[in-house]
Design a protein around this ligand. Sequence first.
Ligand SMILES: [Fe+2]
Length: 113
Amino acid sequence: MHDGLGQVTTLPKPRMERSDGYLKLLSFVVSNARKGEIMAIENYSEMVHLMPDTDAKIETVNQAKEECKHILLLEKLAARLDFDVDDTMVSRNGSRSAPASTRPCARRTCRPA
Ligand SMILES: [Fe+2]
């Protein structure tokens, strides 16, 4: 956006009130998505040597590069909405358990009778 003096200014971040629990949930979802993108990069990278010809190898490398862009997008989203990407929320064995405070049915009022 231009300020009329030829200077480019940045727009302010939209300010929306979000609860801590909501931000933790967003962090959990984005952190897991980011981990998935990292796994995709690793898988595509390992697939390269299995490809039968150079064109297929190049295409596989390019696909790994595309996954890198997804990581950057997720990190930009976290920065824009002002929450951290937290790799500690993602378990090493791939199982994903949301923090107790973000699990809807962990609250007493949601438990079945
Ligand atoms: Fe991706």
